[in-house]
Design a protein around this ligand. Structure first.
Ligand code: RIB
Ligand code: CA
Length: 314
C-alpha cells in the first residue's frame, strides 16, 4: 500500500482484544501513516461482550475518538473457542483499565463496516483483521459491494506450517475456518501475516523495559506484556510474539515483512487438520494465487517502529 507521504492510509480494524490486539491498536492509532476509520470487535480471545468491552477500554485509555462497534458473538457454524490460557479470563488480564460506561446498545459491526466502506466512493480502505474472520465473512456475504471499496484485507492469521492452537491451525483461523474460507475465496486482495512472520515479531524482555520507560502508553504496553509473557515463557519463547501489531506494522511500512504470492486454501473438514491454511507456492499455486503470504519480518525495525510510535503517544 503506498500513498503520497502527506496522505494517510485509511484503515478499518476488526479485532478480539486480546493483549496483542491492544498493542496493535496502540500502533495503529499512534501512527501518523494511518487514518483509523473504525474498530469492530469479534468473539475470539474472549466472548463477544468481553472483546467489545476490552476494545472500548483500550481506545478510551488512548483517548482515541474512533467509532467502535460490536460484532459476532460466535463463529458462523462452530461453537466458540476462547483463549483464557493466553489472555486470562478477562481476555486482557494484567493491568486494570478503567471501565467505560455503556451508553445504550452497542453499535452493530456490520453497520459500521458498511458505513466506512460504502460511505465514501472515492476511498479505498485497508481492512486489518486481527481476530477470527467471522465479521469480515459476514460483511463480504451480506454487503458484496464493499469489495469495491477494499484496497486489501491484511489478516493476522494462518501459517504455512504448524499451527499454534492445534498442530494444524493458528488460533484465529481455528476459531472460524468457514469464515476464513469465505475471506480467502473472496477475490479481495489479501495479505496473510501468519505465524511464519509473527513468531519472529518478538519483543524481548529488555525491550519491554524500554517500553515501560517510554511514557504512559508505553507503561501500559509493558504491563500488558508482563501478563502476556507468562504463557509464552512457559512455551519456551525468549520474547513476546506481538502477532497483531505485526499486521498493523506491515500496513504502515510494507518493507518490514517479506511476502510471496501463493494459493491459500482453508481446510474446513479435517478431524485433525481443520483450520489449516494450506499454502501452495508451486507454479500452479502461483498461477491460482489469492494471497501475499508473509514469510519473514525485520524484527529490529518492527520493534523500533513499535517503540517510537508508542513513545510518541506520551
Ligand atoms: O494466533 C494469534 C492470534 O490469535 C492473535 O490475533 C491473538 O490475539 C489471537 O487472537
Ligand atoms: Ca487477536
Amino acid at each position: 500500500m503506498t500513498t503520497p507521504d502527506d496522505s494517510k492510509i485509511p484503515v478499518l480494524i476488526d479485532c478480539d482484544p486480546g493483549h496483542d490486539d491492544a498493542i496493535a491498536l496502540m500502533l495503529a492509532l499512534g501512527s501518523r501513516r494511518l487514518d483509523v476509520l473504525g474498530v469492530t470487535t469479534v468473539a475470539g480471545n474472549g466472548t463477544g461482550p468481553v472483546t467489545y468491552r476490552n476494545a472500548r477500554k483500550v481506545l478510551s485509555v488512548l483517548g482515541a475518538n474512533v467509532p467502535v462497534a460490536k460484532g459476532a458473538d460466535r463463529p458462523l457454524l462452530r461453537k466458540l473457542v476462547t483463549a483464557p490460557s493466553v489472555h486470562g479470563k478477562s481476555a486482557l488480564d494484567g493491568p486494570e483499565l478503567p471501565e467505560v460506561p455503556e451508553t445504550g446498545a452497542p453499535a452493530e459491526a456490520l453497520d459500521l463496516i458498511t458505513e466506512v466502506l460504502l460511505g465514501n466512493p472515492d476511498r479505498r480502505v485497508v481492512w486489518i483483521a486481527t481476530g477470527p474472520l467471522t465479521n469480515v465473512a459476514i460483511a463480504l456475504v451480506a454487503r458484496p459491494r464493499i469489495k469495491n471499496a477494499l484496497e486489501r484485507i491484511v489478516i493476522m492469521g494462518g501459517s504455512t506450517g504448524a499451527g499454534n492452537w492445534t498442530p494444524s491451525a493458528e488460533f484465529n483461523i481455528h476459531v472460524d475456518p468457514e469464515a476464513a474460507k469465505i475471506v480467502f475465496d473472496s477475490g479481495v486482495p489479501l495479505t496473510m501475516i501468519g505465524l511464519d512472520v509473527t513468531h519472529k515479531a518478538l519483543v524481548y524482555p529488555d525491550e519491554v523495559e524500554r517500553l515501560r520507560a517510554a511514557g504512559r502508553i508505553g507503561k501500559l504496553a509493558a504491563e500488558l506484556l508482563d501478563f502476556y509473557s507468562i504463557f509464552y515463557r512457559k512455551r519456551g519463547f525468549r520474547g513476546n510474539p506481538i502477532h497483531d501489531a505485526a499486521a498493523v506494522a506491515h500496513v504502515i511500512d510494507g518493507s518490514l515483512v517479506t511476502t510471496r504470492r501463493a494459493r491459500v486454501e482453508v481446510e474446513t473438514h479435517g478431524e485433525f487438520t481443520s483450520g489449516r491454511t494450506v499454502t501452495d507456492f508451486s507454479p500452479e499455486g502461483l498461477e491460482a494465487a489469492n494471497c501475499d503470504v508473509g514469510l519473514d519480518i525485520d524484527r529490529e525495525r518492527f520493534v523500533e517502529l513499535l517503540y517510537a510510535t508508542i513513545r510518541s503517544m506520551g
